[in-house]
Ligand binder design. Structure first.
Ligand SMILES: Cc1cc2nc3c(=O)[nH]c(=O)nc-3n(C[C@H](O)[C@H](O)[C@H](O)COP(=O)(O)OP(=O)(O)OC[C@H]3O[C@@H](n4cnc5c(N)ncnc54)[C@H](O)[C@@H]3O)c2cc1C
Length: 477
């Protein structure tokens, strides 16, 4: 593995030396105009000039031409509301297989071919474990620190209401299938990787308990324990996903229940990361409560910070009214957490010690401005010799490659200077049969719709990259 990484780094250096300096700065625009709700260290702790970032190579030169062309094509489709609506409709019909054979990806070879070479190839990493392994191996070779492995087969659709009643035997069989699937996924991970999971994936019984705010059954606890034990032994981390609000309080409780045991086995090391959706008005208070619990019960809180994926199905008044408010919430919470402080966005609870417990963080975002803000704070912290909160960045496979590639470039440029942090970057690799991935693909389509501006920026970044490569081929600047 080390050899593969070394040879990839060498290939990249050779490539760089052959490439001309980039004439156009692709990533200077900030996506959200809101002022981040944090005080930059440079203001509060005396100004520290940020060292110039060396341009080791062009950020997107690590992407294959096929991948650049496909991203351009998919993002172009996704940035046109009418075409996106038609594609979403096609995916939804395929999921429902209505009318039967015409929209059934397993029975209509033309539909299967079309989806396989477009949306599926863009966002999923393979139908079989072997295809997934090859794809994730390529990601590691490109310089990613690791992957978030996610098996797409989910019991629930996102409306979450179509769960058929199950017999006790069926309930237990579902829990066993969930446990065995995750154990198999952990086995194909490398040390340091993450595994994405859903507690509701344990089936209808789990879903009912989650929705009625009850603890998991003893049989479920045994399965959850087996998964946490295996992850701990393999040094793989677990990411229970945030789910719609009618189940989220229980999702939090189930995750904290396991965190209390597994996140105190090694000081400052979290096996489980809970997911916090910053589009919810309540998230600052939820985080403060969980931080207080972790402080009092002496465990490390794992925090995966996302904006939130259920904008159109969630109870709307629970969510900030505007995108700008969600952006402020994300940036404010991220900066307080990184700075290990109760501050502008994160308020300590009455009776709390006022000190943050140890945390491990994942910045799960495609938003260039948020990612840059986090990097800037951490570079400043590093320059001041401060201890950094363990933190990784994560993006989904097929999404925001321009953001991921810029982080990868930063990782490589730090081979030249050690004054800036070397970021740890993960891609979320979702794999499974095409039918199992349809739900996931629908969510990606919805996300592209919610973030039309970002989809267009990815499209434009890909167009510039194609143009740059075309000019390089004919030898013009
Ligand atoms: C690795 C990874 C794991 C993820 N896991 C989960 C998960 O477990 N659960 C989950 O819910 N999501 C998850 N997401 C998706 C995430 O919540 C976002 O939907 C997605 O990343 C887009 O947000 P962004 O930070 O990339 O920024 P952007 O693309 O800039 O922001 C888009 C987001 O802003 C918010 N938004 C858009 N319009 C409005 C509006 N009018 N009012 C208020 N808010 C608005 C929405 O949350 C929308 O998704 C994950 C994302 C990643 C990268």
């Amino acid at each position: 593995m080390q050899n593969l990484k070394a040879s990839a780094a060498m290939q990249r250096s050779v490539l760089c030396s052959l490439q001309k300096p980039m004439q156009k700065t692709l990533f200077l625009t900030t996506r959200h105009a809101s002022t981040p709700a944090f005080t930059p260290l440079s203001a509060s702790l005396g100004h520290v000039s940020t060292p110039t970032r060396p341009q080791a190579r062009l950020p997107m030169s690590v992407l294959s031409l096929t991948s650049v062309m496909r991203s351009y094509f998919i993002m172009s489709l996704s940035s046109r509301p009418l075409i996106l609506a038609a594609s979403t409709n096609l995916l939804r019909r395929s999921l429902e297989a209505k009318p039967l054979w015409l929209f059934d990806v397993d029975r209509n070879p033309l539909l299967r071919w079309l989806l396989r070479h477009t949306f599926y190839a863009q966002f999923c990493t393979g139908e079989s474990p072997e295809q997934n392994r090859l794809c994730t191996e390529q990601l590691r070779q490109m310089g990613y620190s690791g992957v978030i492995m996610e098996y797409a087969k989910e019991v629930l659709d996102d409306t979450g209401d179509k769960i058929a009643a199950e017999s006790v035997e069926e309930e237990e069989a579902n829990v066993v299938a969930w446990r065995d699937g995750l154990l198999a996924t952990i086995r194909i991970c490398e040390k340091g990787d993450f595994v994405g999971l859903k507690w509701s994936g344990m089936g209808g019984a789990a879903h009912r308990l989650l929705k009625t705010n009850q603890p998991p059954s003893p049989f479920m606890v045994a399965a959850m324990t087996a998964v946490c034990d295996a992850a701990t032994a393999a040094e793989v981390k677990l990411l229970p996903a945030a789910e719609p609000q009618n189940a989220q309080a229980s999702v939090d409780a189930w995750t904290l229940r396991m965190s209390k045991t597994y996140n105190k086995m090694r000081p400052g090391y979290a096996v489980l990361y809970n997911t916090y959706q910053t589009y919810l008005k309540s998230t600052a208070a939820t985080l403060a409560k969980h931080l207080d619990t972790a402080d009092k019960q002496d465990f490390t809180l794992g925090i995966k910070l996302v904006r939130g994926a259920y904008l159109h199905s969630e109870t709307r008044h629970l969510i900030w009214d505007t995108k700008e408010e969600t952006d402020r919430s994300y940036d404010g919470l991220a900066s307080d957490l990184i700075l290990s402080r109760y501050g502008v966005s994160l308020k300590s609870m009455a009776g709390s010690s006022g000190q943050l417990p140890p945390i491990n963080m994942m910045i799960a975002s495609h938003n260039d401005a948020s990612v840059r803000m986090v990097r800037r704070i951490r570079d400043e912290q590093l320059a001041q010799g401060r201890v950094l909160v363990p933190l990784v960045y994560a993006q989904l496979y097929g999404m925001a490659d321009e953001v991921s590639c810029e982080l990868l470039q930063k990782e490589e440029s730090n081979e030249v200077t050690s004054t800036m942090e070397t970021p740890k970057i993960f891609k979320c690799a979702t794999w499974g049969s095409m039918k199992d991935c349809l739900n996931y693909l629908l969510r990606r389509a919805a996300e592209n719709k919610d973030a039309l501006e970002r989809t267009r920026e990815t499209r434009d970044a890909m167009r510039l990259e194609i143009w740059r490569r075309a000019k390089a081929v004919v030898g013009i600047d």
